[in-house]
Design a protein around this ligand. Structure first.
Ligand code: ATP
Ligand code: MG
Length: 369
């Protein structure tokens, strides 16, 4: 089991995402950090003249597949502290199979949230609630930005979320499935990994919104609390059964709005006794009263009633982060400052609108510009 690679090649068309300048550079890949359905991710440095740049995470995907080039298009327009940053991109012909690959050189973060959750799972300790809040807040902030641009990520899950446990910084990555959704135009419903698929996707909705990402966020929050995926369906339809074990059965109006042609099972017989609130408290009570309240506003069948990212940011679950600027990173014994959470751009200030006073009670954002 080796993740050491040692590949060096000259790329002729290395384009800077920021300046658009194209240069020839030497690429030195020295560590494999990820392997996915369509390609690999390696840690690499770029030699520009006599200056080494990086380290970067270089994602390699076969070029010229229309579906995949969306990732480059999206990363070229996004610019946000909680969205992975593209630094350079280039194409290169692989000597091993003769095919042309698109290379995306992104800033590199040390870990995925998946690894972080697994670590707590194997040591049988809970992830500190403060860490859960810091990470949840930053995912929601990244989503607020993406959704305001109309971009839906469509594959939210812990392995597509990068973290730096030392600083607490989090960034959403893997825009391989992302799409700018156009209102009233259909999109494929077979996206998102099964455990994180919103109920409207499970029943085949083609006119879904960016709110499918919010469902994914709810599943990720629950997974940080439970240290394992909350809804683990054995097949795409049984996934709905797992959801109804927490939310109760879906109502007919939700099904009709999502896909009037759906004829599959609805699991309409209650699978638990007591109220939905009691059920949330039983399963997710470790997140506290405010955590349960937030989760009940995020894990909601009806997508239009699911909380929006800006509402999530203003939820009292995050009040600690607004008053106390510190946290204790995993493995550390003394506190470190929180990552920047309130340095909103003018664009974000506009999106947040009247909810700003609930997000930053003392109007710190005026100086944070
Ligand atoms: N910028 C980065 N910094 C550090 N690690 C990264 C970075 N980008 C990706 N990785 C690692 O590589 C893995 C795979 O990357 P990514 O999720 O983008 O591709 P993928 O899963 O192959 O894509 P797809 O889901 O489209 O098949 C991630 O789960 C993560 O472990
Ligand atoms: Mg991925």
């Amino acid at each position: 089991m080796s993740n050491v690679t040692n590949t060096e090649f000259i790329a002729n068309d290395v384009q800077s995402n920021q300046t658009n300048k194209i240069k020839q550079m030497l690429v030195k890949e020295y560590k494999k950090i990820g392997e996915g359905a369509f390609g690999t991710v390696s840690q690499a440095k770029l030699l520009d003249g006599d200056i080494w740049l990086g380290p970067y995470a270089i994602k390699k995907v076969p070029a010229q597949t229309e579906y995949k080039s969306r990732e480059l298009e999206i990363l070229r327009v996004t610019n946000h502290p909680n969205v992975i940053k593209l630094e350079y991109f280039f194409t290169h012909k692989s000597p091993s199979d003769g095919k042309i690959y698109q290379h995306l050189a992104m800033e590199c973060l040390p870990e995925t949230l998946q690894l972080e959750i697994r670590r707590y799972y194997s040591s049988a300790i809970d992830m500190p609630l403060k860490h859960i809040k810091i990470y949840t807040y930053q995912i929601a902030r990244g989503m607020m930005y993406l959704h305001a641009l109309g971009i839906c990520h469509r594959d939210i899950k812990p392995s597509n979320i990068l973290v730096d446990p030392t600083s607490g910084v989090l960034k959403i990555c893997d825009f391989g499935s992302a799409k700018k959704l156009e209102p009233k135009l259909p999109s494929v419903s077979y996206i998102c990994s099964r455990y994180y698929r919103a109920p409207e996707l499970i029943i085949g909705s083609q006119f879904y919104s960016t709110q499918i990402d919010i469902w994914g966020l709810g599943c990720v929050i629950a997974e940080m609390i439970l240290r394992k995926p909350i809804f683990q369906g054995d097949d795409p339809i049984l996934q709905l059964r797992e959801i109804s074990k927490l939310l109760g059965p879906p109502d007919k109006r939700f099904v009709f709005n999502a896909n009037p042609k759906y004829t599959g099972p609805l699991f309409s017989r209650p699978l638990f006794s007591g109220s939905v609130l009691q059920r949330f408290e039983k399963i997710l009570g470790a997140s506290g009263d405010k955590g349960v309240d937030l989760l009940m506003k995020v894990l909601v069948y009806e997508p239009t009633q699911r909380y929006s990212p800006r509402r999530i940011l203003s939820h009292p679950f995050f009040d600690d982060l607004r008053v106390d600027g510190q946290f204790i990173p995993r493995g550390a014994t003394s506190p470190a400052p929180l990552p920047a959470l309130f340095n909103f751009s003018n664009f974000e200030v506009d999106v947040i609108g009247e909810l700003m006073s609930g997000i930053i009670p003392d109007k710190q954002h005026v100086q944070a510009q």
